[in-house]
Design a protein. Structure first.
Lengths: 262, 434
């Protein structure tokens, strides 16, 4: 597709098990932009990510989401993915008996579509290259998907999928947690390598350390199930230095979690 | 053929079956004795599966077929189960009749026997008499064993002499075709000391077949012998299959059993192995996929008699639609079987809300100085796993397929025959997409 990707979220409200978590999120992410989402624990960051991807336990009760003008909420999970949405999960699933490479090849082919499958040789070459780039040992290709992977290995594997699938909009949920310093740099390089008008990023993180390597264009703060403040990279730096108290004070918020009624 | 309360089948018919094949007298006597018993014996008691209304007796007990001039006259969906290159060892049975046999002159010279039971009984009477329904399956175990003894037709003897190793697998194909047929093959495998061989048996039927299949498999492994044996069952939805398999394993012998219960119809599958000789080791891999309203009861059993015997049972069941399966695993360690080690794992994956499964691991241990372990699980496909896979663009069906093949992988990946692995994969694919 030649157009610049655009994800638009309008007044998104999401419940989990009847409990309202997101209470109206508005956000637009375009190709070439990097948005960081920060916020205290339990304020709805993962909820936003999961709802965008279509996680079965999260129920969208109101609002709109569109990708390149198409209604995302109408789409099945796999269709969202094939249209270019990608979520690197905070807690990726483990799937026994399915090798990483078989899975990845199926995913790459699903995106390319029937009749346009990648040759095995070409796929292996590509995967080898990306694994090399991420300092992943070759053995990970033939291990079962995430099974027995350490926390950091799982995160690296999520990034491997990101690099192989080249989505239009990539959502990374705490991709930096559990990564050692070297891995963090490698992952950041991976993201920076995809920093171009064909891809937009929504990066959920608690720490400035990732943002030191991947400078965001926009930083948003979530509290009580909403984005309560937005700014540039300097906002993240201030949060790192001072924490969230000043934001709460500024906005008159007492308990920041999503559970609290606003 | 209707059921008679006195006698389930006419003595006359049994006599005819035997005489038409010029069987020795002892075999006819054995058939007739079993026929008398069949009326008195009850059906086997199966864990959690009611079989009293299954059809075991209403079928045409003998349906003879013409021999094939070439194997290529078989319909493609049947033909595909065997490879019949010049060097291959092949046996094909249609309904009651062996219709095609192929064994290289080289193996014949080495003393290998691979022929139908009737011929074997005439030409190698002592060998057959020694092993046929004696130390393996007892004709009086229950009604179904007795019925098999009385009415069996066709089947084969595979005999591998001392220290003879055969590279290529022996292949057998049992095909039930047409309405109202019974298919009662008896497979007898005898490996002498130090022999080494493998055999793949395929049990198939036409898609619309309503065959009653009551086959038996008896295997005897001499000391130090090695055998890989696989039994693949792909009967149609309207069929009923009973499959009893018994193996007796000698000292330091090695047994590798694969059972693919991939029928569309009702299935009783029992695979019991006696680890008689010390130091022997055995493995049973069982895989089943159920669809529609199918019912199956699948049991894998190892009896440890010898010391230092080692066994492993790995069973996987995938249930679609409203199918139900009972997967039983039994590890029995007898008194005196010191240093024995038996492990087992049965798992059932259910893909629909109406599917049911049961995994029953049973350890029965009468000796202290042993090791044993078991694992079992029954579960539905995990929606979070599905979400993860679909979030990478895989359709629901593709994602399910990956999870299912991942689930059966521990069985499938260790099958020692490439062709069989591919065949089972195809059959599972077929079941998933219908
Ligand atoms: N199954 C559930 N039932 C009830 N509440 C839930 C459930 N799942 C999540 N929640 C609640 O939803 C809220 C938002 O959770 P979410 O995972 O979106 O937070 P987060 O901002 O990603 O936090 P973190 O920074 O810790 O990852 C939390 O208060 C959480 O406890
Ligand atoms: Mg989170």
């Amino acid at each position: 597709m030649s157009t610049v990707p655009k994800l638009t979220i309008k007044d998104l409200q999401v419940s989990i098990e009847e409990k309202e978590i997101l209470k109206g999120v508005n956000l637009e992410v375009k190709g070439g932009e990097i948005h960081a989402i920060m916020g205290p624990n339990g304020t709805g960051k993962s909820t936003l990510a999961q709802a965008l991807m279509g996680h079965p336990r999260y129920e969208v009760t109101s609002g709109d989401v569109s990708l390149d003008g198409e209604d995302v909420l109408e789409m099945e999970v796999d269709e969202r993915a094939r249209k270019g949405l990608f979520l690197a999960m905070q807690y990726p699933s483990e799937i026994s008996g399915v090798t990483n490479s078989d899975f990845l090849r199926s995913a790459v082919n699903a995106k390319r579509g029937e009749g346009n499958e990648v040759s095995i040789m070409k796929f292996i070459k590509q995967m080898d290259k990306k694994m090399d780039q991420l300092n992943m040992d070759e053995s990970f290709a033939n291990r079962y998907l995430n099974e027995g992977f350490s926390g950091g290995e799982k995160k690296r594997n999520e990034i491997l999928q990101l690099l192989m699938l080249e989505p239009r909009i990539a959502i990374l949920d705490e991709i930096d947690s559990g990564l050692d310093i070297d891995a963090l740099k490698v992952v950041a390089e991976g993201v920076n390598g995809m920093r171009n008008p064909n891809t937009g990023f929504l990066i959920i993180t608690h720490y400035q350390r990732l943002l030191n390597y991947v400078t965001p264009d926009f930083v948003h703060v979530t509290m009580q199930g909403r984005i309560v403040k937005s700014g540039g990279p300097e906002l993240a730096e201030r949060l790192e230095a001072e924490g969230y108290d000043w934001v709460k004070e500024e906005l008159g918020i007492e308990d920041e979690t999503a559970e609290q009624q606003a | 053929m209707s059921v008679n309360t006195e006698q389930l089948f006419d003595r006359q018919i049994v006599t005819q079956i035997s005489q038409s094949q010029e069987e020795p007298t002892w075999m006819l006597q054995k058939r007739l004795a079993a026929l008398d018993e069949a009326a008195k014996l009850s059906l086997p008691k199966l864990e959690k599966t009611r079989i009293d209304r299954w059809n075991f007796t209403s079928f045409d007990p003998y349906r003879g077929e013409e021999a094939l001039t070439t194997i290529d006259t078989l319909p493609e969906n049947v033909r595909q189960f065997v490879s019949a290159e010049k060097e291959d060892h092949v046996f094909v049975q249609k309904n009651s009749s062996p219709v095609y046999q192929q064994l290289s002159a080289d193996l014949k010279e080495k003393g290998v026997i691979f022929t139908d039971i009737a011929t074997a009984a005439r030409e190698h009477g002592d060998l057959v008499q020694k092993h046929f329904m004696t130390d393996g399956i007892n004709p009086n175990e229950h009604r179904l064993a007795a019925l098999h003894t009385a009415l069996f037709s066709g089947g084969l003897l595979l005999y591998v002499p001392k220290n003879v190793a055969v590279e290529l697998p022996f292949q057998a194909l049992f095909w039930a075709s047409g309405k109202g047929v019974g298919n009662f093959p008896h497979v007898l495998v005898v490996l002498e000391t130090g022999a080494n061989a493998s055999i793949i048996a395929n049990f198939v039927s036409d898609e619309d077949s309503d065959a009653v299949v009551n086959g038996a498999f008896e295997v005897f492994l001499g000391d130090n012998a090695r055998l890989s044996v696989a039994s693949l069952h792909t009967h149609g939805e309207e069929t009923t299959e009973v499959a009893y398999r018994r193996t007796v394993v000698g000292r330091d012998a090695h047994l590798d059993w694969t059972v693919g219960d991939l029928n569309g119809g009702r299935t009783i599958s029992d695979n019991t192995t006696h680890m008689q000789g010390s130091g022997s080791n055995g493995e049973i891999k069982a895989i089943t996929v159920g669809a529609g309203e199918q019912r199956s009861n699948i049991t894998s059993t190892f009896h440890h008699w010898g010391t230092h015997t080692e066994t492993n049972i790995v069973a996987r069941g995938v249930m679609l639609d409203a199918a139900q399966t009972i997967l039983n695993g039994v590890t029995k360690i007898e008194k005196g079987a010191t240093k024995a080690n038996g492990v087992q794992a049965e798992k059932v994956l259910m893909l629909s809300p109406e599917a049911r499964g049961d995994a029953n691991p049973i350890l029965l241990i009468d000796e202290n100085d042993v090791q044993a372990g078991h694992a079992a699980s029954v579960g539905k496909i995990d929606p979070i796993q599905m979400f993860y896979l679909m979030s990478r663009g895989l359709s629901r069906r593709q994602a399910e397929r990956l999870v299912i093949f991942g689930f059966v992988g521990p069985v499938l990946d260790t099958i020692p025959f490439d062709s069989l692995r591919e065949r089972i994969t195809d059959v599972i694919e077929g079941k998933l997409s219908s």
